[in-house]
Design a protein around this ligand. Structure first.
Ligand SMILES: Cc1ncc(COP(=O)(O)O)c(C=O)c1O
Length: 408
């Protein structure tokens, strides 16, 4: 990978330093339009709300807004950033987890679509305000994700209300004065199997039929979460989005008709699918060590990109201006943890200090999860737009770190 959006990788490294995250705007737009077009074709009343947690850079949020999308926020600061990016409140969802009073206060009077995690969250909200519209996140008793850490439905999941208990939450909301309702689920991330989405939508609709039948209400929207995956290795295939949209829309339409739900809004909350493959991480080789194994150290580590250390995730990596070779190399960072290893026993060209490594599919849950562990600074973020590279977040500095300490 020598160019990103037609800009030479070494030029980007020279101008912005390394490590650096780089995003290709045209790929984000292409991903959005692909998903939107597929659902518009099969179920026109579909809305896309980008899951801001995947990559909250204000400039990325603005790209989604320009395409006509909405946003899904998971915290007060994400809500604040969404507003700053220009989203109107009616285009903002708010889906928390164990929402505290502090999480609920800034959104309680904003007429957002609130997807509450539990009946207890509703009780806390009710002490602040009773909104007109409420939705609860349902755990449909099943889930699937690319790794255990990103499976968010099923009996081991900490998210949502078990579907058997959901009626109590809705009943309390109705008795407290809530007039309009939605229903939400999010069962796992990085799924590449179209049939899985149809299966969970089917389950949600069956749950909703019993629940809303008993409640005597019809939900205004069904939010089926995100979870659409991207391939992270050459062995994986891209998901067939058209097929996924077709299968989901078919089962959704059929069930809505059967249960008298009409044609409610179908909401999707994709994060990874919209931004993952638009992002790259450029890092520089800082040294080669011939130990029991051969290690190549980089100036990026688990502080920059934690997915491999966190759940054994893979990111394809190539070396600027060097063809793939057959030297067995372990690529690692500089952090004091032995889990700070990006790829084990990988075939690489002969490496030297100063080589540039380019990690692919680094647009989602990469910068967003970066830290300054070992007091390494977070990298800058760069956007490639029409062949030009623009800084969209500067590198963290020692002054940013010092600013957090009280004056002496
Ligand atoms: C509530 C909610 N919606 C949407 C998403 C986005 O998921 P993905 O990036 O897999 O599309 C997540 C991710 O964890 C989530 O928790």
């Amino acid at each position: 990978m020598d160019k990103i959006g037609n800009v030479d990788v070494s030029k980007i490294a020279e101008e912005f330093g390394t490590p650096a995250y780089v995003y290709d705007k045209s790929i984000i737009i292409e991903n959005y339009n692909k998903l939107y077009a597929a659902f518009r074709k099969y179920y026109p009343n579909t809305k896309i709300h980008y899951s801001a947690k995947a990559n909250t850079n204000l400039h990325i949020l603005r790209i989604i807004k320009e395409q006509g999308g909405g946003v899904d926020c998971s915290s007060p600061v994400e809500f604040f950033l969404a507003q700053k990016a220009g989203f109107d409140n009616h285009r903002i969802l708010y889906t928390g987890n164990y929402e505290s009073y502090e999480d609920l206060r800034p959104v309680a009077f904003e007429n957002l679509k609130l997807n509450l995690d539990d009946i207890e969250s509703f009780k806390r909200l009710a002490e602040i305000n009773i909104p007109e519209l409420i939705s609860f996140r349902i755990n449909p008793g099943m889930g699937r994700g690319g790794h255990e850490g990103i499976t968010t439905g099923g009996t081991e999941a900490k998210f949502g209300i078990p579907y058997e208990k959901a009626f109590d939450a809705y009943k309390l909301a109705k008795d407290s004065g809530v007039k309009r309702f939605g229903i939400h689920m999010m069962t796992g991330s990085n799924n590449l199997e179209p049939y899985f989405f149809a299966e969970i939508v089917d389950k949600l609709l069956i749950i909703a039929a019993e629940l809303f039948g008993k409640l005597g209400e019809v939900p205004e929207y069904f939010d089926i979460g995100g979870g659409m995956g991207v391939p992270y290795s050459d062995e994986e295939q891209e998901m067939n989005i058209d097929l996924m949209a077709k299968l989901v829309s078919e089962v959704f339409t059929e069930r809505c008709e059967k249960y008298g739900f009409g044609s409610p809004k179908l909401i999707l909350e994709p994060g990874r699918f919209l931004v993952a493959n638009a992002g790259y991480l450029i890092a520089k080789v800082t040294g080669i060590k011939r130990s029991y194994k051969t290690f190549a150290g980089l100036d990026a580590g688990m502080n920059t990109l934690i997915r491999p250390a966190l759940y054994g995730a893979e990111h394809r990596v190539s070396i600027y201006n060097k063809p793939q070779g057959n030297n067995t190399i372990n690529l690692c960072g500089q952090i004091c943890e032995n889990s700070d290893i990006f790829s084990k026993n990988t075939d690489m060209p002969e490496l030297e200090t100063g080589d540039l490594a380019v990690f692919r599919d680094a647009g989602a849950y990469c910068y967003a999860m970066a830290s300054n562990y070992n007091n390494r600074m977070r990298p800058p973020e760069v956007l490639i737009d029409e062949g030009k590279a623009k800084l969209i977040r500067r590198r963290e500095t020692i002054d940013d770190v010092l600013a957090l300490y009280p004056a002496e």
